[in-house]
Design a protein around this ligand. Structure first.
Ligand code: AHR
Length: 328
């Protein structure tokens, strides 16, 4: 009898401690579900692979603080399984809204269905998913990555309009399977295919990082001695590639023309120095709009399914002008 009672008490104690453990988020914050009336936002970030990502994280953290929300922030270190784990943890903690920037496009339906069953609204930020079931999320806020690729292609077409010889291009792609890598590649290819003189002679992932950008550019340079243009899917890979080009005794921006995407400060500095020739902007400042969307969906309001970010492009002259005021 005594043994049975002691067993029941132990089981109860274990249940209490298990529930308490579920309440701990990735950063160690306690609680969830807005006990003190604050909106609780669970955000699962891709990682810290680039200057863009760092600026995006800062924008989200600062905007959440300004809005007076409790932010449960998780860094997936570039791994989809970590993001899925974080989303499940947000569901267990009963946050008010879940937002995330998907590492890759596919493989989200199961976990998003779990959020839907738990009646927790989800907002996609920065990157899309490729699910046919649009009911799995309330809204997607971010750039048009295909358009970014097209803008890069259009600059190239204009720059080489009088050229009659083949133009040899190498491409540094972003993370395989990520929306910006897929779309920036597709948009660029669509524009340049109109003229057969444009030849992509090598295209490989540089994982959106400076280190990989440098390493892959070294490989490109070792196996191709006639590279005219580098198209990098972000500034960081372009900046890494610049190091490789200089180490090979070539002049970036002159011997090899460079086009990148993002327009973060380091990229814009290289552009103003003529080491990069053209940058297509991709804004990381999604925080303020995300907070507004989160509040509306938490209140049961209706939001736009697609919120597009406004973006531009920069030449070296324009970079010089805007650099002193650049926020990121
Ligand atoms: O999803 C946005 C992309 O991800 C940025 O262009 C790149 O720098 C980042 O890592």
């Amino acid at each position: 009898m005594f043994k049975k009672r002691a067993g029941a008490l132990l089981a109860a104690a274990l249940l209490v401690s298990a529930l308490a453990a579920c309440g701990d988020d990735e950063g160690g914050d306690a609680g969830g579900g807005g006990g003190d009336g604050k909106l609780v936002l669970g955000f699962a970030q891709v990682g810290a692979e680039s200057g863009w990502r760092t600026a995006n994280t800062k924008s989200i953290q600062e905007s959440a603080a300004e809005a007076g929300y409790e932010l449960k922030f998780s860094d997936a270190q570039g791994k989809q399984e970590n993001q899925i784990k974080a989303i499940r943890s947000f569901i267990t903690q009963r946050v008010d809204v879940i937002a995330f920037s998907p590492v890759v496009e596919s493989g989200w339906d199961t976990v998003l269905k779990e959020a839907q069953d738990a009646e927790i609204p989800v907002i996609l930020t920065d990157r899309a998913i490729d699910s046919p079931d649009e009911s799995l999320y309330e809204s997607f806020i971010g750039s048009d990555f295909v358009l970014e690729g097209e803008k890069a292609g259009e600059w190239l077409v204009e720059e080489y309009k009088d050229e009659t010889e083949p133009v040899n291009i190498v491409e540094l792609q972003g993370t395989p399977g990520a929306a910006p890598a897929n779309d920036r590649k597709a948009g660029f290819a669509e524009v340049i295919k109109a003229d057969p003189k444009f030849k992509v002679i090598a295209s490989q992932t540089g994982q959106f990082t400076r280190t990989d950008g440098k390493q892959v550019m070294e490989t490109f340079l070792n196996s191709n001695d006639d590279i005219d243009v580098l198209y990098a899917h972000n500034d960081d890979m372009g900046l890494g590639a610049i190091e490789a080009i200089e180490a090979a005794g070539l002049e970036p921006g002159k011997d090899i023309k460079i086009i990148t995407v993002d327009a973060v400060k380091d990229g814009m500095t290289a552009l103003s120095e003529g080491k990069i020739n053209f940058i297509v902007e991709c804004s990381p400042l999604l925080g303020p709009q995300l907070m507004e969307l989160a509040q509306t969906v938490a209140d049961g309001g209706t939001v736009e399914k697609r919120v597009l970010t406004e973006e531009t492009t920069f030449t070296p002259e324009q970079a010089k002008e805007v650099l002193p005021e650049r926020q990121y």
